[in-house]
Design a binder for this molecule. Structure first.
Ligand code: FAD
Length: 366
């Protein structure tokens, strides 16, 4: 039996961050990840909001700045939105996750890749993972929206999801590189949006739909073709996944284990964004476990609960979005000042503008 202070299940945004910080604090950390390579089979678009990007050192080669948002109503008569100084980062997500894995390893964590968690037993002093021959003083389940750790520990599980599907395309020059292109259309993407992202080395085109429906990416590609005139672009890869939109889960810990990231519902029920929170709370969880195990801190789950957002308003807006307003309604409200105010709040968390970004002309790559 190999003994560790902390065992982390899941080697993605949340788990890798928690493992890195805990190892840097001097804990003996093992991270169990079922994939052989943390960058393979990525299930996210990988857009990072400015607030998250500002708090982390990312290699310039894996990110690309996008200044604003171009919104298309069903009529396709688009408007542009941006906020001075604000930006999003499109990412080479596989490379980004490999970078995070290397950082965790450099901090001293042991990465057990190609290793599947299949249950654990908890005692008064820690946990055992009998099938893997591991024991630890604490366990973090950062194994995603359909967490096996939550299931085995009898903890809360996400119940509502958006279903997302995306193509990675060869870079498309007809896509204005300054913007995330977001399509509002309740027939195409009920409950969410369809999108085209000028990514890092690829163009990403996808959509997500509300719980229980299947995304029709071919229909979305036909809609995108009307705007970008790209015919049948070369598809390089496909990404798909479930986005938890139940809100923050409540019963997420036992005395020696806790859930983190999507497993704990740490994902905006409205926008489906979870990377920023996975990093922020992952960092916090790594430090909180170190404090807890040296006897100086409270249970890590209570530390995280204090730091996690409530998502009250976003949860309410999710229920409104799930109603999928008819397209004539989208066309009618589009461009009104109320619509612009809500858009700025959602995308820029502040006041925005519909004037064009000052730099980077159409088609220019940064
Ligand atoms: C289509 C789509 C697009 C998205 N786009 C964005 C976006 O642009 N921006 C944004 O902020 N958020 C986005 N999200 C949400 C974001 O991807 C998640 O919130 C984020 O990935 C959560 O990170 P995590 O570490 O909690 O879990 P995950 O990224 O889900 O990682 C879980 C890890 O656990 C591993 N694992 C699972 N089960 C086991 C097991 N039994 N044993 C070992 N390992 C296991 C998995 O292999 C995986 O590596 C998107 C989600 C989807 C589905």
């Amino acid at each position: 039996m190999q003994s560790y202070d902390l065992i982390v299940v899941g080697g993605s945004f949340a788990g890798l961050m928690a493992a890195k910080v805990a190892a840097a604090r001097g804990l003996k950390v093992a991270l169990v990840e079922r994939k052989r390579d943390p960058g393979e089979g990525v299930r996210t678009t990988g857009i990072i909001v400015k607030e998250a990007a500002d708090g982390i050192d990312l290699p310039p080669s894996v990110v690309r700045k996008v200044r604003g948002v171009r919104l298309y109503p069903p009529s396709l008569a688009h408007t542009d939105h941006w906020s001075p100084g604000y930006y999003f980062l499109a990412t080479d997500t596989p490379a980004l996750l490999r970078h995070q894995a290397a950082e965790a390893e450099r901090a001293g964590a042991t990465l057990l890749l190609g290793t599947r968690y299949a249950g654990h037993e908890e005692t008064a002093t820690g946990v055992h993972l009998p099938n893997l021959g591991l024991e630890g003083r604490f366990l973090i389940g950062a194994d995603g929206a359909q967490s096996a750790v939550a299931r085995h520990a009898g903890l809360d599980r996400n119940r509502r999801f958006l279903g997302g599907l995306e193509f990675e395309l060869a870079p498309q020059v007809s896509v204005d590189q300054r913007f995330l292109h977001c399509f509002l259309d309740s027939a195409l993407a009920p409950g969410y949006i369809a999108w085209v992202v000028p990514g890092a080395g690829v163009t990403q085109a996808g959509l997500a739909v509300r719980h229980g429906l299947r995304p029709d990416l071919n229909a979305a590609m036909a809609r995108f073709d009307k705007v970008f005139g790209w015919g049948k672009p070369q598809v390089l890869a496909r990404r798909s996944g479930l986005i938890p939109v139940s809100g923050i889960l409540q019963n997420v810990s036992t005395p020696r284990a806790m859930l983190l990231g999507d497993a704990a519902g740490h994902c905006s029920p409205l926008t489906g964004g979870g990377i920023a929170l996975a990093w922020r709370l992952g960092r916090r969880a790594g430090a909180a476990v170190a404090d807890f195990l040296d006897g100086s801190g409270a249970h890590p789950a209570s530390v995280i609960a204090k730091d996690a957002p409530g998502y009250g308003v976003k949860g309410m807006l999710r229920r409104v979005a799930d109603l999928a307003p008819p397209n004539w309604m989208w066309n009618a409200v589009f461009g009104t000042s109320l619509f612009k105010a809500v858009t700025s709040r959602i995308y820029f968390h502040a006041s925005g503008s519909t004037a064009p970004p000052p730099s980077a002309s159409r088609g220019q790559l940064e």
